[in-house]
Design a protein around this ligand. Structure first.
Ligand code: PGA
Length: 237
């Protein structure tokens, strides 16, 4: 089945490095059946979008501003991201929440602005999937989806914080339970079935077992996406 495979480069790779990556990666995934996206830093968006133009690979940003425009030094708006040629944006990543104090209310504003610009939005939940996750996830989804009318371009990512960059992954049976719950609540709120991704220490050795889970619609990958050959390997699963 066709799934999402999304690379998050985080604070890695210069423009030269992302360009070299794109050139190496592009021919490796021409026959992939999956939906692929790569999310470099803002400064590489335009060149990456140009390099992937006409291919199946979407280019995305890792964050966007919480207002459309204004006096917010250093921020980058959803409209600017779109004008750079990107088609997707990740919002509410746990690193944004933990290091930059982003709340669900802030992420909700970002989702709405990005959807206005026609971007595909990958919204990350901040839950570790431990006992009692239902209450937290329900509360989060209610805030994140508040006032979001058209969810056709909205994707949810479930990444247990303890699994991000640690080499530890969640047991597949537990992922299925949490992901199914996320879908159930999101459907109650929006009336639609949303795609839900798993993320957290996914690599070329374990990706297949996650991609084979019925409930999981794809993967959000940090560390293992930094090497084009490894990431292409996962994209081709
Ligand atoms: P990781 O990161 O694959 O390096 O664990 C995932 C993420 O933060 O999106």
């Amino acid at each position: 089945m066709k799934k999402w495979v999304i690379a998050n480069f985080k604070l890695f790779k210069t423009i030269e490095e992302t360009s070299a990556y794109a050139k190496k990666f592009k021919p490796l995934v021409t026959n992939s059946k999956n939906n692929i996206a790569v999310c470099p830093s803002f400064v590489s968006l335009e060149s990456m979008a140009r390099l992937f133009k006409g291919t199946k690979v979407l280019v995305g940003a890792q964050n966007c501003a919480k207002i459309a425009e204004g006096a917010q030094t250093g921020e980058v708006s959803a409209k600017m991201i779109k004008s750079a040629g990107a088609k997707l944006v990740i919002v509410g990543h746990s690193e944004r929440r933990n290091i930059f104090a982003e709340t669900d209310e802030i992420v909700n504003e970002k989702i709405k602005l990005a959807l206005i610009e026609g971007l595909t939005v990958v919204v990350c939940l901040a839950d570790d999937g431990s006992k009692g996750f239902e209450k937290n996830i329900k509360k989060q989804l209610e805030t994140l989806l508040d006032g979001v009318e058209d969810v056709s371009k909205l994707i949810i990512a479930f990444e247990p914080v303890w699994a991000i960059g640690t080499g530890k992954t969640m047991a597949t049976k537990d992922i299925e339970i949490v992901v199914r719950y996320i879908k159930e609540i999101a459907k109650k709120i929006t009336g639609k079935t949303l795609d839900v991704l798993y993320g957290g220490s996914v690599n070329a050795n374990n990706a297949k077992e996650f991609l084979e889970l019925d409930a999981v619609d794809g993967l959000l990958i940090g560390g293992a996406s930094k090497d084009p050959i490894t990431f292409a390997q996962i994209c081709n699963m």
